[in-house]
Write a protein that binds this ligand. Sequence first.
Ligand code: FMN
Length: 396
Amino acid sequence: MAIAKKAHNIAQLRALARRRLPRAIWEFMERGTEDDLLIGRNVSALQSLHLTPRTLRDVSARSAETVLFGRRQPLPLVIAPTGIADLMWHRGERAIASAAAAAGIPFTQTTSSTTSFADIAKVARAGHWMQMYLWERRELSWQVVEAAGKHGADVLVLTVDTPVWPLREFNRRAGMSNPVRPNTRLVSDFLRRPGWLASVMGRYMLEGGLPQFANYPAEVGGRITGKVARVTNSASVDWKDVDELRRRWPGKLVVKGLLHPDDARRAVERGVDGIAVSNHGGRNFDSSPPAIDALPAIVDAVGGRATVLFDSGVRRGADVIKAIALGADAVMIGRATLYGCAAAGQAGAAHALALLANEIDVAMAMLGITRLDELDRSFLGSGRSAMQPSAVFEGT
Ligand SMILES: Cc1cc2nc3c(=O)[nH]c(=O)nc-3n(C[C@H](O)[C@H](O)[C@H](O)COP(=O)(O)O)c2cc1C
């Protein structure tokens, strides 16, 4: 049965993904850190915001068109960088990048992507963004940045919220590690999902082996099962690195993972083009605030001097509308398209985007607007949604 008949919202895609994936892979995608509180908080903070409809306005011609870094796109969405899509579906990264292009939105490739820059460039026709973590040996990171630029990546996203590997205890319990180390728990887990095993692992084996980190410098190697000179995120990354990257990267530069308005101000002063307000989808530090709570103060601190992106917890088109009403220029989508991809490959990722697009459109009509630039904080009603920008960062 076609995926559109099986799933009518992102939650239903999520349920399908869960049924198809081995536990270790599912948990790696889905869960957060420590006590796993923040993922739920991200989602419920968005849900508890209210949007007050305006009525008796002609909303027969609506458009969610957005201009992002000079590029016109039909939706205010970007695919967030999310590793391991290739373990959700055979060639899952390409599947999501193709779905993004078909929807007219940019795709962000991760540092640890298992698809080459060239292969993503071929399909990411509506924008090819590249995400970077910086390694201790910066010269190796600069090599990756340079290669991304040569292959036409148009926006560089520096993720700054992961100075050390997070406390993902459940990953350890499920036998999942970074790098992946084959073990009996993983194998028995994989054997319980024969459909996934045959269609994903089986196909890779027939093609000669597991996907490799495709864009690491030769000196580093690419095996995801370890036994290479490992590169890990550097804990010494600081503002000097932002300056260095600004010098090296002539294109648009986004800093991802900011939650404090002072950090946003500093980033703008250093000449970044965009800020992604994000708590990494609740995957990094369980005590962080829900990202939506941090958004208004950052929008105010940026004051229109840079593009503001938002992610973490978006599961409905109305969530996208809420973020834009609070001042975001566009929203990055992480798990929603991963669920789609895990459920049905490119068709599933495309379906996730189609669901969100339709929900955005319906929300616009209900709010009495025909363009996204009509949104502002006056649409946010009572209760939580009346929160002031300073609610989270009193005294900053
Ligand atoms: C499986 C998975 C892998 C991710 N890998 C990365 C990554 O390599 N780099 C990065 O900056 N963010 C990464 N993220 C975080 C996303 O870019 C994004 O911030 C987050 O998923 C947004 O929250 P949402 O999943 O609730 O939409 C990852 C997220 C997931 C779910």
